[in-house]
Design a protein around this ligand. Sequence first.
Ligand code: C2E
Ligand code: MG
Ligand code: MG
Length: 708
Amino acid sequence: MFFDKILIFSDRISELLWIKAIRKSFFALFPFILFGSLALVVTNFPVVSYQQAMLREFGTNWKVFAELLTNLTFGLLGLLLSGSVGYFTAILRTEKVQGINPGLAPLISMLSFLIIAVNLQFHPAEEWLRVDTLNQSNILLAIMSSIISAELFVFLLTVQKKKGWQWKHNPDADLKNAFEVLLPTFLTLIAFMLLRGALIAADIPDINQFLSEVLTSLFRHLHNPLLTGVCFTVLSQILWFFGLHGNNILFPIINGLFVDNLHANIAAVATDGVPPHIITKPFMDSFTMLGGSGATFCLLIAIFLSYRHKNSLRLAKLSLLPSLFNVNELVTFGLPIVLNPIFIIPFILVPVIMLLIAYLATAIGFMPRSITDVQWTIPIFLSGYKTTMSWHGVMIQAINLSVGTALYFPFLRLHHIKADNDFQKEYDRLVHLVQHQPTTKKLKLLKRRDILGQIACSLADEMEIALAKGEFFLVYQPLVNNQDQITCFEALLRWKHTRFGLIPPSLFITIAEESGQIHSIGLKVLEMATQQLAQWQQQGAKNLRVSINLSPLQLKNPQLPFQLTRLLQQTEIHPAAIDLEITEGLELGTDEITDRVITALSDLGLKLAIDDFGMGHTSLLYLRRYHFSKVKIDGSLIRNIDQEKHCQDIVSALVHLAVSQNFTVVAEYIERLQQQQILGSLGCHEYQGYLISEPLAADDCWEFIQKH
Ligand code: C2E
Ligand code: MG
Ligand code: MG
């Protein structure tokens, strides 16, 4: 119940345009974050001999050079994020709006962020762009300022368009664009200048510093060390959750309290006294931040143990090395944890519980107090030992790791459920897109670069194995004549996918056509259908036919007539017992190969039918030239034939024309007796639809035949 509520809440949040834009931005910046994490580990690798060797090899400046990589990634994270959040906000906001070009939005967002973030106390002006104003400590400011500026910019563009303040008759498109963004750009930047001016007037020259001062002032009134530790952890985690660098903002507390405590402990030991403090900086680093703030090492272990979700697993593998050295940006931004409501509870709770466990263990004397400075990049267990100089420190870390992993587990499950739900929604969108396409339009699903394209590509990749594993099978829908006798079964292909269940044929056939796998799948269909018909004929249904769907693309395969000849020989079926239905959806090729293949099929004695006739581009004359002898009237015309006069008129004209040209006429989508009666009176020969039967599993067909 509680978890359901979190899921619903998280669903609602992730539907928000801004949250979508933020998530997309974090993913877009993923390469930089990965790069920065690795650079951070390389520079701060906590092995003395390594550091000495690097110093020997490359001189004292090696760290400055190596830190360049970190400074250009994490160091500019605020700036980079402002650009990408501005970009995605503007793109999502104008997705369905025409005639607006938000291309400048990322740059405007970056400028707006700089207007708010640069530290005006630095002189000369070049110092404004110091890395510490543009780095990850300013993420929240970057996100907020870029959302506001992108929204404002798009809003102004829209107003301008509505009012018709556009330069209509300029032949130079670039110049026209430049003039169109002029006013919105000016106004957006001026709005941010005014905002900054107002903040300065309100005596807030630096927002981060202001926040830091307000928050640290809260701690002045706390005198209980445990309570201070808990409050610090909760606050720092909340800041991290919002993408703010908790340790930077709460630096005065870390420095003034936890570092001082350590020094007091060291001084006490030096004079043979008892260390007075439990909570020190190394204590906090080693026992509450396993793998970085939020103790995300536990989350990684939970991901490895659950081993279910490919994406999480991939991320966990990538982040394992940096996390070992307590660099966890990949996890916090990649999973992501930042601004993800599902993770806020364990993200705050786990470090607090770890703090309590470690505090208790020290208070009862199980674990010694910390008396040495330990670098924050020292890996788990080693840090536990170094901090306490005792194996008991390692044991407490192990306990904390287990407790933290167990606490992260249910929330990770929830995260996976949500990811699965989101994926299913995208899949449903893909199905909707395919089912509502105008028949002639080529979708080019595999060429799409969005999530729908990715799903289509992964389905294309899976097809071959699915075919081998038997996930594709045929169902059969009966056709009856005017005497209500079963004359034929149409073979309809199904794909029972392990994740999505039954995939609609319109989707997988489109994908198979685009990927070229339609030929191997089509051959499999021909094999299965002919073998099935042979079995029914052997069982006694001598005159039964089977109707098989072919994609127009299969008619471009010169091997098709040979494949069919072989199948007819193997199964000893008479060619006249097989109808080949070619759908009108895709245009029939007029090339020489198609011409030759169709002629060869007709020469074999197979009957050619045009499926979904009436909606596409083929005329009866054209069909006659190509040896077609049967038409299946499109279901959309039949569906309302008993309710709409004009449908009846169109079908009536089609049937008359087809009958006069000696075509056999089939009507599909018969769901009501009235439809069949009308079509009978118009001169149709065969009927197919739910009124007669839905498509049946092969095993059920024989029973159906016997009943009729
Ligand atoms: P189609 O060949 O026109 O098949 C008729 C479709 O209408 C089938 O959908 C069938 O289940 C559905 N149908 C039949 N009677 C009724 C009815 O009374 N009411 C309603 N609402 N629907 C009815 P299905 O099986 O989803 O197939 C969709 C399309 O996928 C087929 O249209 C065909 O173009 C294609 N397809 C199916 N199997 C194959 C195949 O093996 N190869 C190729 N190339 N295409 C196939
Ligand atoms: Mg068909
Ligand atoms: Mg059809």
